[in-house]
Design a protein around this ligand. Structure first.
Ligand code: SAM
Length: 302
């Protein structure tokens, strides 16, 4: 019986053979590589990937589709089907278990036409395993890809741009129109390539602080840094870093955000030292910093 697409699982199945060909062509797949596909659905990408001679783990949440995939690919020894939620999946375990079985511990190549409603948290979940990921190729809403790849000065530049660019090289490969899917989504999609950095592009002492400064700075886009960051970093200290406090967050580079977060980290460390090193209003400042934690929560979607 034909599978009826389920909205709650973000099921928009790819059926445009030209797009599937373009995706495959941009991947430079080599036999024996270890790939992971998130949300294989009915196998639109799974099948051509397997034809390249790779080893493939797929993670699918919809149990009906898992049954369908097991039947469709029952003669495929290089395919492992995981009936699981990708948001809770331990991706580094795939590399560990392969190494334990005597295979190589080469990094994973990840691909997915992602359910749009979980794409941002899923990318940040994957980045926890960035050390064992070679690259990632995702189909996402074009608007999200634009935000991921945006540069300072652009209206699309925001928290997602800064945090993703801290972890990865980002590149928009091409757009995909709604008609390429069944059912057709309302919006345009695009393919993005994310390559985790071997070395971080900027020095950040604590990524949680970077996240906090960036979240706070973009929480009200129209405010200048001196206003949006006032609970965290005084205007004079922003200026002392050679960053103009009258600029808005959308003008601030990753490097500048890194320096602001390191300053915050140092200031907080001083406040934690016991012997009054932070001066008379240290306790007051610390309280206001903690108050602002509510704003700087680790929500991954804007
Ligand atoms: N790859 C297929 C294609 O291109 O036609 C299907 C893509 S469809 C947009 C998204 C797929 O992700 C669906 O198969 C859906 O069931 C699956 N999915 C949704 N949430 C998931 C999750 N949390 N973990 C794993 N798979 C999920």
């Amino acid at each position: 019986m034909a599978h009826i697409p389920r909205k709650r699982f973000g099921q928009n199945f790819l059926h445009d053979h030209n797009i599937i060909y373009n995706i495959l062509s941009s991947l430079q797949v080599k036999p024996d590589q270890h790939w992971v596909e998130i949300g294989p659905g009915q196998g639109a990408l799974t099948e051509p990937l397997l034809n390249e001679g790779i080893r493939l783990d797929v993670i699918e949440l919809d149990r009906d589709l898992v049954v369908l995939l097991k039947e469709k690919f029952k003669h495929q020894p290089r395919l492992q089907i995981h009936s699981a939620d990708a948001l809770r999946f331990d991706f580094s375990a795939l590399v560990r278990s392969r190494a334990e079985q005597g295979g190589s511990n080469e990094k994973l190549r990840v691909i997915g036409n992602l359910p749009y409603n979980i794409s941002t948290p899923l990318m940040f979940h994957l980045l926890k395993s960035a050390h064992c990921i070679e690259d990632m190729h995702f189909m996402l809403q074009k608007e999200v890809v634009d935000r991921i790849c945006a540069a300072p000065g652009s209206k699309k530049y925001g928290r997602l741009s800064v945090m993703m660019q801290y972890y990865c090289d980002t590149e928009l490969l091409f757009d995909v129109p709604p008609e390429s899917f069944d059912p057709a989504p309302k919006v345009m999609s695009a393919i993005v390539r994310l390559v985790p950095h071997q070395q971080p592009p900027v020095e950040v002492h604590d990524v949680a602080k970077l996240n906090r400064v960036v979240t706070e700075a973009f929480s009200q886009r129209r405010k200048t840094l001196r206003n949006s960051l006032k609970k965290l970093i005084p205007e004079a200290e922003i200026a002392a870093l050679n960053i103009d406090p009258t600029l808005r967050a959308e003008m601030i580079s990753l490097d500048d955000f890194a320096r602001l977060s390191n300053l915050l980290q140092e200031e907080l460390a001083k406040l934690d030292k016991p012997s009054g090193m932070s001066g008379g209003n240290g306790q007051k400042r610390k309280m206001s910093l903690f108050k602002s934690d509510k704003v700087g929560s680790s929500k991954t979607q804007k």
